[in-house]
Design a protein around this ligand. Structure first.
Ligand code: TYM
Length: 373
């Protein structure tokens, strides 16, 4: 990897991600003004993640809207690979999915790929991935998805219903395509080589159940796109419509790199972190500030590389006027990193207290959401 090179796959994000280049590399489309106006027709207000170009790319979102407008509503589909506790980055696409469910009053399929994380991680047993799955499900329920319109399932608990569709997909994808798409080698385990066909299944499940073409819209971060590029390639060949996608950028790490990732505990806030742990992590965060307050006052800071500013922009500051003010005040040295960290920390702590209460309540509600064979 040299200079501006970067790598984005479902299992690895490396280098400085250039989101514009990624659109070209993956062959997706930018969400443009025209599409935003179309979404706005159905939504009282555009979600901040749309207004701020955080959900920024798509495949066929316009087609899903056309179907919806013609009386054939899409089903939403998203997921989680349960390899650990949920962090704030994972919540981002789920918060947006909730907005889509509220706006379009549509059904949601939520796939938990305990199989994937077992296959991928040497250290995880099937019991571990099941346990993390049920921990992660508490976070999903805590966000308030409509239980009458949401189905959550673990792959290992819904495999009978999924297997025939997975086989249909698998038969159309060659090993060389999988190698070229994901960078697998001859030493990769054969479960991982097959896995993309399982992640494809919920794109077709509802069409199969209802015996007619049901459009599907998948909100996710752009790392998941390679799976669905393959799904879209095979869809029509196996008799189903292509799924549509809407992609977000990565919620950054607290240490300044591009993607919040569970590989470093300190760079990442988990939904189960106590408010005081979260505060400590934020107080140690990487910012775009200068070495000293005096220098900050003279030269100003750089919010574009600052994790504190990015946290507020991505999730924690809904108010467009306030976020713009903070940007400008940081640039001209009026805003000091310590104060900005405290401001963010209060927002994150308030969020965690409420989310953790909802998580507790979710423990009695799991069965309202689960489907199994
Ligand atoms: P997983 O568990 O890695 O991630 C769950 C969801 O969170 C997104 N994501 C992020 N979004 C913003 N910022 C980040 N730092 C960040 N890290 C992860 C992922 O894109 C994903 O949307 N194989 C999948 C599970 C899955 C799935 C799906 C995901 C199954 N079916 C359909 C999306 C759509 C996985 O391991 O996700």
């Amino acid at each position: 990897m040299t200079g501006n090179d970067f790598v984005v796959t479902p299992w690895e994000v490396r280098g400085d991600v250039d989101y514009g280049k990624l659109i070209e590399k993956f062959g997706t489309k930018r969400i443009d003004e025209k599409l935003l106006l179309r979404i706005k027709k159905h939504s009282k207000e555009l979600h901040p993640m749309l207004r701020r170009d955080i959900f920024y790319s798509h495949r066929g979102f316009d087609r899903a809207l056309t179907e919806y407008e013609n009386g054939n509503p899409f089903v939403l589909y998203t997921g989680r690979g349960p390899s650990g506790h949920t962090h704030l980055g994972h919540l981002m696409p789920w918060i947006f999915t909730k907005y889509l469910q509220d706006t379009f009053k549509t059904k949601l399929l939520f796939q938990i790929t305990d199989d994937e994380k077992f296959l991928l991680n040497e250290r995880l047993s099937l019991d571990d991935t099941r346990d993390f799955a049920y921990e992660n499900i508490l976070d999903i329920i805590a966000l308030g998805f409509d239980p009458k319109n949401t189905e959550i399932f673990l792959d290992t608990e819904l495999i009978k219903s999924q297997y025939k569709l997975a086989l249909k997909v698998a038969k159309k994808i060659t090993f060389s395509t999988i190698k070229a798409t994901f960078g697998f080698s001859d030493s990769s385990n054969i479960g991982m080589i097959f896995f993309t066909s399982i992640q494809s299944v919920p794109c077709f499940l509802e069409s199969e159940r209802r015996g007619k073409d049901v459009p599907v819209l998948i909100p996710c971060a752009i790392d998941q796109d390679p799976h669905f590029r393959l799904t879209r390639d095979v869809a029509e060949r196996i008799g189903y419509p292509k799924p549509s996608l809407v992609h977000c950028k990565f919620f950054p790490s607290l240490q300044g790199s591009d993607k919040m990732s569970a590989s470093s505990q300190e760079s990442c806030i988990y939904t189960v972190d106590s408010p005081s742990t979260a505060r400590k992590k934020i107080m140690n965060a990487f910012t775009g500030g200068q070495e000293t307050i005096k220098e900050q006052r003279e030269k100003g800071g750089n919010p574009d590389v600052c994790s504190v500013y990015q946290y507020l922009l991505y999730i924690f500051e809904d108010d467009d006027r306030k976020i713009k003010e903070q940007y400008e005040q940081c640039r001209c040295g009026e805003l000091i990193c310590g104060d900005h960290k405290k401001y963010l920390s209060e927002k994150v702590e308030t969020f965690l207290v409420r989310h953790q209460e909802n998580r507790e309540k979710a423990k009695d509600r799991i069965e309202e959401y689960m489907v199994r064979d």
